[in-house]
Structure formats: C-alpha cells, structure tokens
Design a binder for this molecule. Structure first.
Ligand code: TRP
Length: 373
C-alpha cells in the first residue's frame, strides 16, 4: 500500500484523493453541484469541468444562498515564503472567475506571520517582502481593483484582531494539537496562528453587518483550518464558511506536489524564457523510454505532468482531448508535446509579467486596512 501524508505543512507520497476526503470528512463535488453552478454562472470553468477542483464543504449551500439573493464573498490566501510558481496561481485563477461571474468581493490573506513562525531561516522582513512580491502576482491576474482586498497579517491586523481573539477563545490546545499535530516544542505563534486564518472567514460578516458567508477556493491541504472554522462559527454568531478544494498541481519532476527546495520542479512567474524552456524540456513524462516504443504502445497522460499542465493552461477542451488521445495512441511524442506546452506557458507568462510589472507600487492601494482608513 502506498503511504501518503497531507497536512497544511507537508505533502508526502502519492496522494489518494478519495481516501483523503474520507479522512478529512469533506464531500466530493458531484454532477449535481456542478449543474447548480452552471445554472447560476451560465457556464462552468474548465478547472472545475476537468476535475482539478474535486471536493467541497457546503458548495451546494452557497449556491442556494446565492439563489435567494443573499450576500456572500470569496476568501483565499498565500503563505509568502518565496516566489510564486504557476501552480500557486491555479486556485487564484478560479477565484477571479468567481469574482467576475458573481460580482463578489475577494479577501486575500498574506500570512507573513505564519511563514515567519514556521521557518527558522526567514526573518519577518523577509516574509513581509515576499508578501509584497507575491501580491504582484495576485494583482496581475486582473481582479476588479475595488473588489480585491489584500490582508498582510502583520500590517493589516486591526480589523482582524477582535475576530481572531474571539476565535482563539473557542479553540482549545487539545483541539489544535490533534488537528495540526503540534508538539510541546511548537512555538506559541504557530499555535495561535489558526485563529487568524479562521478569522478572515468571518470578516465579511463583520464588515457588512449581516451574515455574509465566504466561499474559499484552495488546495485540499487547508481543510483542517476550515473544518475548525465551521465547528465554531455557530457559537460565535457567524455563518459557516463554504470551501471548494483542488488537488495538488503536479511537479514537473512527477511528484504529487511542487517543492520549493527543488527549483526545477516548478515554473516561477519570474523565470525567463530560457529557464521555462529548459524546465519543460527536462520534465518527467508519462512517455516510453524510446520514440519507437512510444509509437508502438503510446504514453500515459494520467501520470504525466506535461499533460497535467496542458489541462491547466489550455482552455480549449477539444485541443486537450486531442493531446490525450494522440499521447495514448502513440501519434504524439513527448518532445513535440513539450514544445506545445512551452508555447502555451510562455504566452501566459509574457502577459502575466507585463501585468505584474504594472502592479509594482500599487500593492498598498489594495490593502484592506489602507482602504478602511
Ligand atoms: N496557510 C496558507 C499557506 O500556507 C495561507 C492561507 C491563509 C490560506 N489563508 C488562507 C490558504 C485561505 C487558503 C485559503 O499557504
């Protein structure tokens, strides 16, 4: 049996996504859930259609809530400990789609505190600098400016703190220890931190003065926070947050998740064309060792990061299906397939880098506490 571990801090082994859902107690996203979304949005984003987002808590509830004309908002976040790679941006792309389709406010948390507590090598200046750097990638995705609200924890704590305090009082050491695997040598910053990640889920209700649940699109490893948030929401008088969970983005080296410790496993938004090309051309694939065998037996797109990225970055279903088919039949060789991917990714990055450049010096305009002043 393949062993795997998934916590907010670590992903190890080959992840069994169904088993993980059972462990966490979240639900699979069903055809009915997707149909509800289609009814309200008029279409379904490819990342949902293609099953990258595959699980949820109360997604059906939030669609019904929306159907009744009641207010809701979006929430996600990022731990700013280094540069952003294109895998990080996948949930943010969906976030923007939801914001545009439903006209929703977006609360985006940058946890410079969390990453400082977590990593002995990083100073608070470092994580704050990364928060500003990473914010450029978020802004570059083109959110409607007055709907995107950035929260850099150590700078924008004021509206959050009273909620975090109320949250902290509801969470016992026993509970967070069991949920996050803390030990006697965990620093108390990390122990308090979950109350901050949870607090943002309740913030829109405070700001609007009426029940305003959030939908949180994020990777499945963040579920422990929101499971706790849902457990205590009622007792604090807040609506329970709803969540929409993605699988992990495959590393170019073929592992379940990209890792910051191997820069060749991921494509960073700041990589130049040569680095992007080199990383893609050197990627692990589901192909055969020789062209001859590939022609004869075909490849396996299911385990192939190159195919995975075609799926993420090509909006055209027919084109993705053709790649899948031609890979399986042996008509398409890995070298050609990689070049096709390189074109798609470099087109995306070119546009992204321009937008990122324009976002420089604008980060403060998006910060929640600057706007509230
Ligand atoms: N803990 C997350 C990380 O390390 C950052 C985060 C804060 C987050 N709030 C969130 C992620 C809400 C998803 C949704 O990346």
């Amino acid at each position: 049996m393949d062993e795997f571990v998934v916590t907010p801090w670590e992903v190890k082994g080959r992840v069994d996504y169904d088993k993980l859902l059972r462990q966490f107690g979240a639900k699979p996203l069903t055809a009915e859930d997707v149909a509800l979304l289609e009814k309200h949005a008029g279409e379904v984003h490819p990342l949902i259609r293609r099953g990258l987002f595959y699980a949820h808590r109360d997604f059906d509830f939030i669609m019904k809530w929306h159907g009744e004309g009641r207010p809701w908002a979006l929430y996600t976040g990022r731990g700013p400990s280094g540069p952003v790679h294109i895998g990080h941006m996948v949930p943010w792309i969906l976030l923007k789609w939801f914001s545009d389709k439903f006209g929703l406010e977006v609360y985006f948390q940058m946890t410079d505190d969390e990453k400082f507590y977590d990593d002995p090598e990083l100073s608070l200046d470092d994580t704050r600098r990364w928060a500003y750097e990473n914010a450029l990638d978020v802004i570059a995705l083109g959110f409607t400016p007055n709907r995107l609200h950035l929260i850099i924890d150590t700078l924008d704590i004021k509206p959050l703190f009273p909620i975090a305090v109320k949250t902290a009082k509801k969470l016992t050491w026993n509970t967070v220890k069991a949920t996050f695997g803390f030990t006697d040598s965990t620093n108390i910053g990390l122990i308090f931190y979950p109350s901050l990640q949870i607090a943002v889920a309740f913030l829109p209700t405070e700001l609007r003065g009426e029940p305003t649940p959030v939908l949180i699109p994020c990777a499945i490893d963040q579920d422990p926070y929101f499971r706790l948030a849902r457990d205590i929401a009622d007792s604090l008088g807040y609506p329970k947050p709803a969540t929409l969970y993605s699988k992990f983005i495959m590393a170019l080296t073929g592992e379940s998740k990209m890792s910051a410790s191997n820069p060749d496993s991921a494509i960073y938004t700041t990589d130049d064309e040569r680095a992007v090309k080199r990383k893609i051309m050197n990627a692990f694939t589901g192909g055969r060792p020789t062209a001859e065998e590939q022609r004869k037996y075909g490849g396996n797109p299911d385990i192939c990061p190159v195919f995975h990225y075609h799926m993420l970055f090509d909006p055209d279903d027919a084109s993705v299906e053709k790649i899948r088919h031609d890979c399986r039949s042996g008509a398409l060789l890995c070298g050609e397939c990689k070049l096709m991917l390189y074109e798609k990714v470099s087109r995306f990055l070119k546009q992204h880098k321009e937008a990122r450049e324009k976002a420089k010096d604008k980060v403060d305009q998006y910060r929640l506490s600057v706007k509230l002043k």
